[in-house]
Design a protein around this ligand. Structure first.
Ligand SMILES: Nc1nc2c(ncn2[C@@H]2O[C@H](COP(=O)(O)OP(=O)(O)OP(=O)(O)O)[C@@H](O)[C@H]2O)c(=O)[nH]1
Ligand SMILES: [Mg+2]
Length: 440
C-alpha cells in the first residue's frame, strides 16, 4: 500500500485554466492551511460551507473578494486540509492571490501534485488517479464516460478481483506443495486446474475490455485506400461532414495523406485519406503512394474503396493485422446495385449507405454496441495486463509441475499489482503525475 509521506509541506496553485473567466480558484493543501487562511482571509472558515471573505495580501491590502471553502482532512480530495479560494478569474487577480498564499507559507505545487497526494494518502489508487487526468483530457463523450467509470473504481474492482482469484489459487498451490505427490488425492489438483482455467478466462475479459478502451484514448486509425478516382476523398468529406479533401475528376488528385479527426457515436476516429494506389511515373504521386503504404501499415481499420460495378480486382498487399471493410462507391451510377457479400454499397455523392458504413467501421474497430463498457486503459495498463496474461498462460502449460505454476502466478500477481500502484517506484509515480496539469 502507498505510505503517507512524513509531514509534507503545504502546496498551492491556481486550479482553473489560465486566462480570463468569471471565477478563478486557488487551491491550497497541507498542514499549513489554517495559518494561510488566517493570513489571507483572517480566519479559518467553517468546514465545507461557502464563506464570503475578503482576500488580502501580507500587508493587509485588499486583493479580491470571493468565496472561501475549507475541507478538513482526511475527508478532502487530497486527504489533507484543503482551502479553496474562489475569486474573480482574471490573470492578475489569480496571480496576486497565489502570491499571497505563497508568502503566507505555501510553496508552488508541481503538476499533478494534489492528485499525487490523494494517491499517497490512500484516497485513490493509481488507476483512479490516472482516470482524473484522462477525464480532464477526454476528447469524446465515450472517453469521458469511460474515464469516469475508472475514477469511480470499476477498473480497479476488476483488477482486484483478478488479484483475489490469484491469491486463492496460490494459497491452494502452497498447500499442495506441502504434500508429496503420492499422498495428494486428485481433488486439489483438479480444483487447481479448474481455477486456473477460470483465471485465464477472467484475464482475457479484462484484456479485451482494456484493449477496446485504449482505442478510445488514442483514436482508431481508419485508412481509406483504393485505386485513383474511386472516391476516397469524397468519402472522407462525407464521413467528416465537411469539404476537407480536394475532389476532382482527375485520377491522382490526392498526393499526400490527409488526416481528419471525427467521432462516430462519441467514439474518436482518425480518418486518413491517401493517394490512390497505382504505379505512376510522376515523382510526387509516387511519393504519395509510398506514404499510403506507410499509413496502411499503421491502420486499425482499412476501408478498401472500389467503384461499384467496375469489377476491378481486390486490392492486393493490404496489411493482415488491420480489420478491412470493402466499400463499393458511386452506387448512384448503377441502378439496383448490390454489393458483393460482406461489402457495403455507398454513394459519397448522395449519402446512401453511409450510416451502414459508420456502423461497420465501429464494428471493425472492435467497438460493440451495447456490449459491456470498455475500460479506458492506458498503454501502461495494457503492458501490465499482457505480462499478467503471459505468466498465467505459462502457468497453464506447467500443470503438474506445481512449483512452476506457483512461480508464474507470483510473477503474474506482481505485474497486476503495478496497475493499482501497489509497490510502485517513485520513478513511475513521477512519470505519471508530471503529465498532469498544475493545480490538479
Ligand atoms: N456519381 C458519383 N461520383 C462520385 C462519387 N464519389 C466521388 N465521385 C466523383 O469521382 C471523382 C473522383 O473523386 P475523388 O473523391 O477525388 O476520388 P479519389 O479516390 O480521392 O481520387 P484520387 O485522389 O485521385 O486517388 C470526382 O469527380 C467525384 O465527384 C459518388 O458516390 N457518385
Ligand atoms: Mg483523393
Amino acid at each position: 500500500m502507498p505510505s503517507a509521506e512524513a509531514s509534507p509541506d503545504t502546496i498551492a496553485a491556481v486550479a482553473t485554466p489560465a486566462g480570463r473567466g468569471g471565477i478563478g480558484v486557488v487551491r491550497v493543501s497541507g498542514p499549513g492551511v489554517p495559518q494561510i487562511a488566517a493570513a489571507v482571509i483572517g480566519r479559518l472558515p467553517a468546514p465545507r460551507s461557502a464563506t464570503l471573505a475578503q482576500f488580502k495580501d501580507t500587508h493587509g491590502d485588499l486583493l479580491d473578494q470571493g468565496i472561501a471553502l475549507y475541507f478538513p482532512g482526511p475527508g478532502s480530495y487530497t486527504g489533507e486540509a484543503v482551502l479553496e479560494l474562489q475569486g474573480h478569474g482574471g490573470p492578475v487577480v489569480m496571480h496576486s492571490l497565489l502570491t499571497a498564499c505563497l508568502e503566507a507559507g505555501a510553496r508552488l505545487a508541481e503538476p499533478g501534485e494534489f492528485t499525487r497526494r490523494a494517491f499517497l494518502q490512500g484516497r485513490l489508487d493509481l488507476a483512479q488517479a490516472e482516470a482524473v487526468a484522462d477525464l480532464i483530457d477526454a476528447a469524446s463523450t465515450q472517453a469521458a464516460r469511460s474515464a469516469l467509470r475508472s475514477l469511480s473504481g470499476d477498473f480497479s474492482v476488476a483488477i482486484r478481483e483478478l488479484g483475489a482469484q490469484m491469491v486463492e489459487l496460490r494459497a491452494l498451490l502452497e498447500a499442495m506443495l506441502d504434500f508429496p505427490e503420492e499422498e495428494l488425492d486428485s481433488l486439489p489438483r483438479e480444483d487447481a486446474a479448474a481455477r486456473l482455467g477460470r483465471l485465464r478466462a477472467a484475464v482475457e475479459t479484462v484484456v479485451a475490455k482494456s484493449r477496446v478502451g485504449s482505442l478510445l484514448r488514442s483514436g482508431i486509425h481508419v485508412v481509406l485506400a483504393g485505386r485513383p478516382n474511386v472516391g476516397k476523398s469524397s468519402l472522407l468529406n462525407r464521413l467528416a461532414g465537411e469539404e476537407r479533401a480536394i475532389v476532382t475528376p482527375v485520377a491522382g488528385t490526392t498526393r499526400d495523406a490527409l488526416r481528419e479527426a471525427i467521432q462516430i457515436e462519441g467514439v474518436p476516429l482518425v480518418l486518413v485519406d491517401t493517394a490512390g494506389l497505382r504505379a505512376s511515373q510522376d515523382m510526387v504521386e509516387r511519393l504519395g503512394v509510398e506514404r499510403t503504404q506507410y499509413e496502411l501499415a499503421r491502420a486499425d481499420v482499412v476501408i478498401a474503396v472500389y467503384e461499384a460495378g467496375s469489377g476491378e480486382p481486390a486490392l492486393a498487399a493490404l496489411p493482415a493485422a488491420a480489420a478491412r471493410i470493402d466499400v463499393f462507391n458511386k452506387s448512384d451510377l448503377m441502378a439496383n446495385f448490390a454489393a458483393p457479400a460482406g461489402g457495403v454499397a455507398v454513394s459519397a455523392k448522395t449519402g446512401a449507405g453511409i450510416d451502414a458504413l459508420r456502423r461497420r467501421i465501429l464494428e471493425a474497430a472492435g467497438w460493440s454496441y451495447g456490449a459491456e463498457s470498455p475500460f479506458l486503459a492506458r498503454e501502461r495498463h495494457l503492458r501490465a495486463l499482457h505480462s499478467v496474461r503471459t505468466h498465467v498462460e505459462s502457468a497453464g502449460s506447467e500443470l503438474g509441475r506445481w512449483e512452476l505454476v506457483a512461480e508464474e502466478l507470483r510473477l503474474a500477481q506482481q505485474a497486476l499489482n503495478t496497475i493499482l500502484g501497489e509497490y510502485s517506484s517513485d520513478d513511475l509515480l513521477g512519470e505519471i503525475f508530471s503529465r498532469f496539469c498544475i493545480g490538479k
